[in-house]
Write a protein that binds this ligand. Structure first.
Ligand code: SF4
Length: 189
């Protein structure tokens, strides 16, 4: 198995090179607000787990941000449990699976939520700005916006992958963790 393990210190750099837009966005918001609401903690937390972030690193990662907002005591009391829970260390000890694109696209993020799929849930201007920030412009950007207009969100994400990696992605994107591992495959080749 060509599993990648990600460590705490590499998260920001890996986000830039290999995270799909949905996950980059949540990392940005977490760094900015030192907080993510439940839907974001689930979607992003399970993605990081699927990308190979170990439980201890996950706790340190969330703690470093949340403690700036709610204090470390409250983090330990109210939030650490759910992270351990996601890793199957609490409650029913279910090993929770990272969300697929289909599940993320069908989410209904409310005000102050940052989970969901940007291709589906961002407005036109925000999406264009976010794609520009990833270095996507010109013809490629218009093609992506065209897919979005026709509600082909995963195809839009696939085109973004292709534009940012300079290779074709014949399988198409159907899972954020697949996006990540395909990206690592290309970049480590
Ligand atoms: Fe994330 Fe999937 Fe949407 Fe891409 S298509 S941004 S991987 S949810």
């Amino acid at each position: 198995k060509d599993a990648v393990e990600i460590s705490l210190k590499d998260i920001d750099q890996l986000a830039k090179s290999s995270f799909p837009l949905c996950m980059r966005h949540m990392l940005d918001k977490l760094r900015e607000n030192h907080h993510l609401k439940h839907g974001g903690r689930m979607q992003f937390g399970l993605f990081l787990k699927g990308a190979g972030l170990k439980l201890e690193d996950a706790l340190a990662f969330w703690r470093a941000e949340f403690s700036q907002k709610v204090g470390s005591e409250r983090f330990d009391k109210e939030y650490a449990y759910s992270i351990r829970h996601n890793y199957g260390k609490e409650g029913k000890r279910t090993d929770y699976t990272p969300y697929s694109c289909q599940k993320i696209i069908s989410a209904t993020p409310g005000v102050g939520d940052h989970h969901g799929c940007p291709y589906r849930h961002f407005g036109d201007e925000n999406l264009r700005a976010a794609l520009n920030k990833m270095g996507v412009g010109g013809h490629a950007l218009e093609e992506i916006m065209d897919k979005v207009k026709n509600r082909h969100y995963q195809l839009a994400c696939t085109l973004t992958f292709e534009a940012t990696h300079g290779v074709s992605c014949d399988s198409g994107i159907n899972h954020p963790n697949q996006y990540f591992s395909e990206s690592q495959k290309v970049l480590r080749a």
